[in-house]
Design a protein around this ligand. Structure first.
Ligand SMILES: CC(C)(COP(=O)(O)OP(=O)(O)OC[C@H]1O[C@@H](n2cnc3c(N)ncnc32)[C@H](O)[C@@H]1OP(=O)(O)O)[C@@H](O)C(=O)NCCC(=O)NCCS
Length: 230
């Protein structure tokens, strides 16, 4: 269609409306792409298991999605130095020292117990320490492909544990943790991410709902089950 219009044009002044229309279309398309990316980031933020500088230098690993553009001003503040690292002999003490507020302790298992569980479930547990620069600000553990009801038909992956230190809460560490696990599960081919939580005042339900988790309607023991489409 544009070719027909161009050939029909008798002078370059005739092309001005066409050029304006094409510029307008390009603007609308770029705005739509920007809005879609903003919605994705509002849910997931950025993901990195390596420091940002090294990550950019190393290139993008297959299946891991993030955006290297500056955040929109409306996006929640993200600390650029957040990253996940495996728990090693060198950082074990720092990992065990990660504790939540005393009034939150009944909502999550201690890191030391989670690491013991990871030891006895090495194939299904994916524990990681969350660092902000060199400071340990949290701990997470994902579960991978567990047989949900023991019948061999429903295998699920998701977030098993999440502990953010009191001083780091409210700064996007939890969002980063969820985003990181979502990226790891996507990389492994999962299409859903599950989480369970203890209901109750001061608990994490509002946090998970804010990040897009929906109730499955199930309970696991005394915990609510939530799911996020990846
Ligand atoms: C729940 C927890 C992981 C949240 O971590 P966090 O680092 O404080 O969360 P973020 O700063 O990333 O918050 C992300 C968003 O969720 C909101 N949010 C955080 N905690 C919330 C809560 N308890 N209720 C409702 N909203 C909450 C934040 O306001 C923020 O929203 P915004 O982006 O609009 O500002 C943390 O408070 C924690 O470790 N709690 C104790 C242990 C626990 O309950 N773990 C979960 C076990 S299943």
């Amino acid at each position: 269609m544009p070719i027909a219009i161009v050939t029909a044009a008798t002078s370059r002044w005739d092309l001005i409306p066409l050029v304006c229309a094409l510029a307008l279309l390009a603007g609308v398309a770029m705005t739509a792409i920007g809005l879609a990316e903003r919605r994705r980031q509002q849910h997931f933020g950025h993901y990195s298991e390596a420091p940002r500088r090294k990550r950019v230098a190393a290139g993008r690993p297959a299946g891991v999605h993030w955006s290297d553009r500056p955040a929109f001003p409306q996006d929640p503040p993200m600390t650029p130095d957040l990253r996940l690292v495996p728990v090693t002999p060198a950082n074990l003490d720092a990992a065990i020292a990660v504790r939540v507020r005393p009034d939150q302790e009944h909502f999550v298992t201690s890191v030391v117990k989670s690491l013991a569980e990871a030891y006895v479930h090495p194939r299904t547990a994916w524990p990681r320490l969350i660092l902000d620069g060199s400071d340990a600000v949290g701990f997470l553990m994902a579960f991978l492909d567990i047989d949900w009801n023991g019948k061999g038909v429903d295998f699920r992956s998701g977030l098993w544990r999440l502990n953010v230190t009191p001083g780091a809460q409210g700064r996007g560490v939890g969002r980063f943790a969820v985003s990181s696990v979502a990226a790891e599960l996507r990389r492994r081919g999962a299409t859903r991410m599950y989480v369970t939580w203890h209901p109750g005042d001061g608990g994490p339900e509002g946090f998970y709902r804010k990040l897009g988790f929906e109730l499955t309607g199930e309970v696991s023991g005394d915990q609510t089950v939530g799911v996020l489409a990846l």
